[in-house]
Design a binder for this molecule. Structure first.
Ligand code: AMP
Length: 230
């Protein structure tokens, strides 16, 4: 954590929302690395379960590959397993979870049941569809460890190979154009209603999703400072 700037609030619960390709994963990783917090990305957790061939992964794979949402009980089971591994006061960022109103309600109920502090802030990364399609077309993923790259914005040091484990990079199955269209539709139909849910709770704030990585990080950091979470 050499470049750690300032720690986040103890017990912070931050949710990153927004369509695929809006920068949620990149920003969650940067915040976690630079501010000593934990980032849980439901998509990464699902892809890991699929790679390992575990029972939930086997049930989830057809949904992930086709761009549909994985049934709530499977996703919440996996996410809660990870949350149970954290200390009660440990801060965390959720990237890609919740994605439906029912997941959001189950998360609120679980935090309350465990005597933990509620969600502090929900950040919506706003971006146009045209930019999403362009961004996702350049995304590559390591077949071995799941690390994510972008041919223009976050290129690996050696072409086609992962910086961390030297595994081969490939296009994510669900980043193919037809599947991207499906994921965007699913986002509008099932995830966008969540914005209203969190706005009504006074927890929703917006950060532009079409900025360069460092500019987006600065915008997010400013917001977290205003909200006294950093
Ligand atoms: P992501 O990496 O966040 O874009 O997620 C990739 C895929 O994993 C999604 O298209 C869904 O199939 C599945 N997924 C991730 N998070 C969730 C969630 N909270 N609920 C249901 N499905 C999810």
């Amino acid at each position: 954590m050499a470049d750690c700037v300032a720690a986040v609030k103890t017990g912070m619960r931050l949710i990153l929302l927004g369509p695929p390709g809006a920068g949620k994963g990149t920003q969650a990783t940067l915040l976690a690395q630079r501010h000593g917090t934990t980032s849980l990305a439901s998509g990464d957790i699902l892809r890991d379960a699929i790679r390992r061939g575990d029972p939930i992964g086997r049930k989830a794979s057809r949904y992930v590959e086709s761009g549909a949402l994985v049934p709530d009980d499977l996703v919440t089971g996996l996410i809660f397993q990870r949350l149970d591994g954290l200390g009660k006061e440990e801060s965390f960022i959720l990237d890609g979870f919740p994605r439906t109103e029912s997941q959001a309600r189950v998360l609120d109920a679980r935090l309350m049941e465990k005597g933990q502090s509620p969600v502090d802030l929900v950040v919506d990364f706003e971006i146009s569809e045209e930019k999403i399609v362009r961004r996702l077309a350049g995304r590559r993923i390591c077949g071995a460890c799941g690390a994510s790259y972008h041919l223009e914005k976050k290129a690996p040091r050696r072409e086609g190979a992962c910086d961390s484990c030297a595994g081969g990079l490939r296009i994510r199955e669900d980043d193919r154009p037809e599947t991207i269209r499906r994921r965007l539709l699913v986002y509008h139909e099932q995830t966008e209603p969540l914005l209203k849910f969190y706005r009504a709770q006074g927890k929703l704030q917006v950060v532009p999703g079409d900025l360069e990585i460092e500019d987006q990080y600065q915008a997010l950091l400013e917001l977290l400072k205003r909200e006294r979470l950093v």
